[in-house]
Ligand binder design. Structure first.
Ligand SMILES: Cc1cc2nc3c(=O)[nH]c(=O)nc-3n(C[C@H](O)[C@H](O)[C@H](O)COP(=O)(O)OP(=O)(O)OC[C@H]3O[C@@H](n4cnc5c(N)ncnc54)[C@H](O)[C@@H]3O)c2cc1C
Length: 454
């Protein structure tokens, strides 16, 4: 028996089920150690792991390099439940955002996860911007997302501090969510279902199935002497004592966020390697209680922009924050909020355009997150070079579902992305041959039942 030292089952704090423990063996087996291995425990990896563990007979291992789940991009974002206004007609982003939004509201309501359907306004200060709001409104109508123009009178009455010279478009289905509460709940549910989490286990190498062995082999480095802090995730495999350990799995899902290209490159041949690009977004806090809008405020979208503009969002405590801006950086570790005075001044200008009463002395640098990009591409469909989500079973690599470029609206879409991965696997891939009971779904506290997130 070769017990894997790098894969540590963890305990969680709710539910009647005792912590999952399982011995791992990679010798003398007839079957893989796990049915599914999910690499990366951000919001997306957690949602996928939970979804796959719901399948009767599944044994999912969720492998995370940090000592805790959700400590990279999933805890460095705006926590907005996006309506799906910007991503074009036939994109995965639109499809999964619309479905994910509904699933997110249902899931959070059902499980008492802190969230609020506070709505948002997109504001225009001139005719060009108003034209772009018209486009957003038309597009929203065509995909069944409610939006409406607010009269100047109503705008003044509801948000007297917000400037919207040329008009404001309201998106009532936008909201906010406590992303940490959301991830913690999914993690607990995953483990209640019997899933195994391997923390502090950076994946270092992956071997695709061979003629003699039909399983994926995944190596992880042993737990690190000092685990990386959430504020400084390390790009490189850390220096470690001891040997890597390996497990086998029937399928592998790459949801490694900013490092997903690295996982891609461990598996696919050189001509299919990917180069990651990083678009950092810095946030700004606001220490005064006035002005304090009750609605999220976004500037009109700028075609080809890497993000959605320096907008105003609220957290669940009603605190205002601004951001994120867009800055191309070379490293996924470049997470310190950018103190660049030119960028700061530009962000303040953006903010003052829709919130002129802001006390700029009370605005300070807060935190930053980095968008995983596949090129220097735009986040919205208008303009050139739109980047969509990339979610595919890789050709010639049965059982490998690859998720790249999962930037915004990845949090909103996470539950729908999990469904998408499930469908990809069971629409005719390897998993559907080896597990034919996919319609039977487990729920926590019940051995079998019909359920899921919908
Ligand atoms: C500035 C910003 C604002 C955003 N705002 C919003 C928003 O308001 N609404 C919204 O819907 N979306 C938003 N997003 C997008 C959203 O945050 C992401 O799409 C989502 O969090 C991605 O989740 P993930 O699980 O794919 O990635 P991550 O959260 O990055 O998780 C990936 C995990 O993989 C792990 N990992 C990496 N390499 C390895 C390895 N070799 N071995 C083991 N583990 C590994 C990492 O440690 C990490 O925990 C925003 C993103 C940014 C950057």
């Amino acid at each position: 028996m070769n017990t894997l030292r790098g894969l540590r089952p963890v305990c969680h704090s709710f539910g009647p089920t005792p912590p999952s423990t399982r011995l791992f063996s990679s010798t003398g087996r007839l079957h893989a150690d796990f049915t599914h291995a999910v690499v990366g425990a951000g919001a997306v990896g957690l949602a996928i792991a939970k979804r796959l563990q719901q399948i009767a007979g599944a044994s999912v291992v969720l492998i995370e390099k940090h000592g805790m789940v959700g400590s990279e991009t999933s805890s460095r974002n705006s926590e907005v439940i996006h309506a799906g206004l910007y991503y074009g007609h036939d994109s995965l982003k639109t499809k999964l955002c619309l479905k994910g939004k509904q699933m997110m509201y249902d899931y959070c309501s059902r499980n008492h996860i802190s969230h609020m359907n506070c709505g948002k306004w997109v504001v225009a200060q001139d005719q060009d911007q108003l034209d772009s709001l018209e486009d957003v409104h038309k597009f929203a109508g065509s995909i069944g997302v409610p939006t409406r123009f607010i009269s100047a009178e109503e705008a003044k009455q509801r948000e007297p501090d917000v400037r919207a010279e040329a008009g404001a478009l309201e998106s009532p289905s936008t909201g906010i969510v406590d992303s940490h509460g959301f991830m913690q709940f999914m993690h607990g549910e995953f483990e209640d279902l019997g899933g195994i989490t391997a923390l502090a286990s950076p994946v270092t190498r992956i071997q695709a199935p061979t003629a003699g062995n039909g399983d994926w082999k995944i190596w992880t480095a042993p737990p690190q002497a000092s685990e990386p802090q959430p504020s400084s995730p390390s790009a490189a495999v850390p220096e470690l004592e001891g040997e890597d350990t390996s497990i086998t799995a029937e399928t592998i899902i790459n949801s490694a966020g900013l490092y997903a290209c690295a996982i891609n490159n461990m598996i696919l041949p050189e001509e299919r390697h990917r180069t990651p690009f990083y678009a950092k977004g810095t946030y700004f806090s606001y220490s005064k209680s006035f002005p304090n809008p009750k609605t999220l405020i976004y500037p009109a979208p700028i075609p080809g922009h890497g993000g959605l503009g320096t907008h105003l969002t609220l957290d669940m405590a009603g605190r205002v924050r601004f951001g994120p801006d867009v800055e191309w950086v070379d490293s996924p570790n470049d997470l310190a909020p950018s103190p660049n005075s030119k960028r700061f001044a530009a962000a303040l200008e953006d903010i003052k355009s829709y919130l002129p009463g802001i006390d700029t002395d009370a605005v300070s640098l807060d935190y930053a997150g980095i968008r995983p990009k596949l090129g220097k591409l735009g986040a919205v469909a208008s303009g050139k070079g739109f980047q969509d989500f990339y979610i595919k079973m890789e050709e010639g690599y049965d059982g490998f579902v690859n998720l790249l470029g999962i930037e915004s609206p990845g949090l909103t879409s996470s539950l729908a992305i999990a469904e998408e991965v499930y469908e990809i696997l069971y629409r005719g891939g390897k998993a559907s041959q080896s597990m034919d009971r996919q319609e039977v779904i487990r729920e926590p506290g019940k051995e079998f039942g019909i359920g899921g997130d919908q």
